[in-house]
Design a binder for this molecule. Sequence first.
Ligand code: GRF
Length: 221
Amino acid sequence: MPEAKIAVVISGQGRNLQALIDHCRAGSIEGRIVEVLSNRADAAGLARAAEAGIRTQIVPHQQFATRDAFDSALAAALRHHQPDIVVLAGFMRVLGAAFIDEFHGRLLNIHPSLLPKYPGLKTHERALAAGDAEHGASVHFVTPQVDGGPVAVQGALSVRREDTPQTLAERVMQEVELKIYPQAVAWMARGALRLAGDRVMFEGAPLSKPLSMQNLEPAFR
Ligand code: GRF
């Protein structure tokens, strides 16, 4: 299989983007990031891409009158590179059905909760308020239902009595997100992970439950 072409779409800091850059560089992801797109010109992640010599493009959502017009511009920018994988990494806009249809099976997102728990925002606050013993993050294929697509990989950690939303968010990022997302992309790039209809397939067989931290390969632990 030729090297996978990966496009990354961001809105903010780009810590997940950085992990993908590092794993592509190390060869643990058999792929190349062909472009980083952002809906915000001030996204700090753009500097990480530039630093790595990756082409960047800004598609500023506020310059489009409708969500559909923004989606079309983003799709056009992506189409240009014919990416095998489109990675939403801290991208803070909801995408419409036409966009999602076009990239069906190639579109991944990471969400900071143990889905189906806590779709939407303020996930760390909500997990703490509910007194959850465990919290984490999920990598899922994107479908029109926001944060509702089939989950491929999920990583959990124990909530500590002294956790605040900030400390919990930081641990979820460092101990879970930055590990499971590059691993999921590596599996996709290698053809080990894919979507068939609405089922996640891993190494040729449908998953009965999401892959977990135990499944991570040494390069991603
Ligand atoms: C992550 O927590 C991700 O799960 C959420 O936004 C944050 C992105 O952080 N959707 P970064 O831009 O990768 O640093």
